[in-house]
Design a protein around this ligand. Structure first.
Ligand code: ADP
Ligand code: MG
Length: 354
């Protein structure tokens, strides 16, 4: 009983393919160095005791999980849904004490919530020998957010936290859950991730769920199941209310950009990849309307550096982080030239993550 079980999940940065996952589309995330680590000790009863270095201790009983609209919902949702899943296979788990440590900033579009769910469930799986695959854990993680937390997120974050590695990006088809690991040309480029210092936490959920509902409405009016099922030229021949056309145009064009980005990465064509980042940012800013002035400014500053190939808002938006690609060995130089300008203008503290 004194044995401890430790599991980690890394945060992710999405290179391109934003707001496509709940439309059955394609995404391209890669792991970042920041991670969440869960250390678990089994108990003989049904009690779950949670310690997070960022929160106060919390205790609940397995089978008594009720949402309380705070950080514990991610974990109560995990034991509730994991129990349901393992029960069908006649497997079970007991209570435990879990200690959570994380270096992923919260609400920065780098998936601290998915890393929390995934590392927590992996630790329970390890301690209690549960027969559940990484992909099944990712699907349960998505259900936690949808059904327990009330965030209608797609499957990207949990799949990325479950599967992403450092030197590759996961080219994921979110409808079929098939994926290819794409080698990133780190011999020619650096990846730069900067957290704007503005958390999306306070207002993201409303805006995110609204965007999702608009996509569902657009699909219904177009007579298709998912926005992945239509091409850009086809969409251009259709009639939709203005706002829905803008939302649909972002998703459909973004799907196209993910495919083009994979091609550019395979060809080590970093100029084309950079341009796709720029186009993606404009689409998120103008058609999907999920950027904010501070993020636009950070992107502009980054693009003004001659060593930058491309930069864009990454994650769901309304704050969060940017991702950029620079010439090899130049990421820190670029970041160090822009951060003082950003901080002077916005009075926010930005941080370099990757
Ligand atoms: P993101 O996933 O982009 O970081 P979310 O709003 O989806 O943002 O998730 C952030 C929430 O996840 C936090 O508000 C908190 O409730 C929870 N969370 C993430 N990491 C931790 C942690 N280490 N300890 C406690 N709660 C955490
Ligand atoms: Mg999240």
């Amino acid at each position: 009983m004194n044995e401890t079980f430790v599991q980690r999940a890394y945060g992710r940065v999405n290179l391109i393919g934003e707001h496509t996952d709940y439309n059955g589309g394609w995404v391209l995330p890669t792991a970042i160095a920041q991670f969440t680590e869960v250390t678990l000790k089994q108990r003989n009863d049904k009690k779950v005791i949670l310690h997070s270095s960022r929160q106060r201790e919390y205790t609940y009983e397995l089978g008594q999980e009720v949402p309380s609209h705070d950080w514990t919902d991610y974990l109560k949702g995990a034991t509730k849904l994991l129990h349901k899943f393992t029960q069908e296979k006649a497997e079970r788990f007991n209570g435990f004490e879990a200690t959570i440590e994380s270096t992923i900033p919260e609400g920065s579009g780098l998936s601290s919530s998915a890393a929390l769910e995934v590392s927590f469930m992996k630790a329970i799986r390890l301690a209690y020998h549960l027969n559940v695959s990484d992909v099944e854990l990712a699907l349960i993680g998505q259900r936690i957010e949808n059904e327990f937390v009330g965030a209608h997120v797609g499957i990207m974050d949990q799949m990325a936290c479950s599967l992403a590695t450092f030197h590759t990006a996961v080219f994921l088809d979110t409808k079929n859950l098939t994926y290819e690991q794409i080698e990133l040309p780190y011999d020619q480029m650096d990846l730069l991730v900067i957290n704007s210092g503005i958390s999306h936490q306070l207002f993201a959920k409303g805006g995110y769920n609204e965007r999702r509902a608009q996509c569902e409405e657009a699909s219904k009016l177009l007579g298709i199941k998912l926005l992945r099922d239509i091409s850009l030229p086809e969409l251009a021949t259709k009639k939709l209310p203005d706002i829905l056309m803008k939302r649909a145009r972002h998703v459909v064009s973004e799907n196209e950009r993910v495919h083009l980005a994979v091609k550019a990465i395979k060809n080590k064509d970093l100029n084309s990849l950079g341009q796709l980042f720029i186009d993606s940012h404009h689409s998120m800013r103008d058609d999907y309307e999920v950027s904010i002035p501070e993020i636009d400014f950070l992107v502009e500053l980054t693009l003004a550096q001659s060593d930058t190939f491309g930069a864009r808002l990454t994650g769901g938006g309304f704050g969060g982080s940017i991702v950029a690609i620079t010439k090899k060995g130049k990421a820190l130089e670029v970041a160090n030239s822009i951060l003082p300008l950003y901080e002077k203008q916005t009075k926010k503290k930005a941080t370099i993550l990757s």
